[in-house]
Ligand binder design. Structure first.
Ligand code: GTP
Ligand code: MN
Ligand code: MN
Length: 396
């Protein structure tokens, strides 16, 4: 009997970048519950707490383990030795296995705070701290937030006005549609350019919350000044609703050999990029009618709400455009493919196990004091002494 129990125990590698984690896994009953706990912990934790223990991160680690298991957990004994699954989580798993539901999770799902925070953090431009401020001020609906007389960022105004559009899942076909629009425009400006759909779609997801496009050109340096021209063109075509263009200087965009910035935790990079919202023509409608004025950033929120509710032949979609110099392309590709947890552990693993510093710009070997350039994604994994995990198995 003991032997059998032992055989049934799951062996789990400590870092999720060492594991294969498919989108469809065997423990949905458990992960559905832990997803609620994870979200709720994020809503409760204050952002400057992250130096200390984070319940949110602990739950994310439990989730990453559960998603990677080759079979359904049938007894809590099977995971009792797994790193990252602590006592409290084990109790929850036991309860879920026995009762098919968990009291703590059910209470969260019913709580007003959780539901309002979920609603408010669903607004583009509003993070947890903004959502908490709205909640603490006593607002309970999006209408309250719209009508409340408070200065808001332009991003939040658009997020509020186009809440319905932006909370409709983005389909893979729409991602491909945006990709070809961007590709055609870009190709006419700079022939030979590559445009790649990354993020969740590259990991095999069929729906997403946005469209992440990596733009690069084989000739290093040819990409300088490109994004501004692409945006001008998108503007002329009246496709842009809102956008924020992060320009970086040339030197900032290039990975210097001097280690700088904390390598872990932060997913921020120094690529030139644009975070925005486009009005995507609805598939199979005429593409002639497009949108509002070029720069609608000074519009009132009421004008925007009216615009969003009007009969229109387009839908608002979140798009990220990232310019990646050719020499950093494969590191950028890994970084922007994600998922977030995979990146986090990849960087932590590189630092702790190999004394290397990984970012979306490159890999620096601190022991040898040199930069490791890469010509493929496989090579990145080889430098990191990891099995090559394909994008579809990075859904930690
Ligand atoms: P959905 O969009 O919800 O389908 O999931 P997603 O995985 O595509 O998420 P998201 O678009 O937020 O991010 C895509 C990947 O890019 C993730 O792995 C993030 O870690 C990464 N990412 C997001 N924002 C940044 C950023 O500012 N800098 C860098 N380097 N990476 C980012
Ligand atoms: Mn995405
Ligand atoms: Mn994104």
């Amino acid at each position: 009997n003991y032997k059998q129990t032992k055989l049934n125990c799951f062996q789990v590698d400590p870092y999720c970048c060492q594991r294969r984690t498919p989108l469809q896994h065997h423990n949905k009953l458990l992960t559905d519950a832990f997803e609620i706990l994870e979200e709720n912990a994020e809503y409760i934790e204050s952002s400057n707490d992250t130096k200390g223990y984070s319940r949110n991160l602990a739950y994310r680690r439990v989730l990453a383990v559960l998603r990677s298991l080759p079979q359904a957990v049938t007894s809590v004994k099977q995971i009792k030795d797994v790193k990252h699954i602590g006592g409290h989580s084990q109790k929850i798993i036991q309860e879920l296995l026995e009762e098919k539901c968990c009291l703590e999770v059910e209470e969260i799902k019913r709580s007003v705070r959780y539901n309002k925070m979920k609603l408010f953090t669903g607004v583009f431009g509003a993070g947890v701290s903004t959502a908490r401020r709205w909640y603490d001020t006593g607002m309970t609906s999006l209408n309250d937030v719209i009508q409340h007389n408070e200065d808001r960022s332009t991003a939040q105004k658009y997020g509020l006005a186009f809440f319905d559009d932006l909370n409709m899942p983005v389909l893979k076909a729409e991602a491909e549609q945006v990709k070809s629009i961007v590709k055609n425009i870009t190709e006419s400006i700079l022939p030979g350019v590559s445009v790649t759909v990354t993020g969740g779609f590259r990991r095999g997801k069929t729906v997403g919350h946005d469209i992440d496009l990596l733009i690069s050109h084989p000739k290093e340096g040819a990409e300088i000044g490109l994004l501004g021209k692409i945006l001008e063109k998108l503007q002329q075509l009246n496709l842009i609703l809102y956008g924020s263009h992060n320009k970086c200087t040339y030197s900032e965009r290039h990975f210097t050999e001097e280690p700088r910035d904390p390598p872990t935790n932060s997913q921020m990079d120094h690529f030139e990029k644009w975070f925005g919202i486009i009005g995507l023509p609805k598939i199979s409608t005429e593409k002639t009618v497009l949108i509002a004025e070029n720069d609608a950033s000074d519009k009132s929120i009421k004008d925007l709400v009216d615009l969003s509710k009007s009969e229109k032949s387009w839908t608002a979609k979140r798009v990220d455009l990232i310019i990646v110099p050719s020499s950093q392309y494969f590191y950028g590709l890994v970084g922007w493919t994600g998922n977030k947890m995979f990146n986090r552990d990849l960087r932590l693993y590189a630092q702790k196990e190999l004394n290397m510093r990984l970012s979306s710009h490159g890999l620096y070997d601190l022991t040898k004091g040199c930069l490791l350039t890469s010509n493929s994604e496989e090579e990145v994994f080889k430098y990191l002494k990891l099995p090559v995990i394909p994008p579809e198995l990075r859904n930690c």
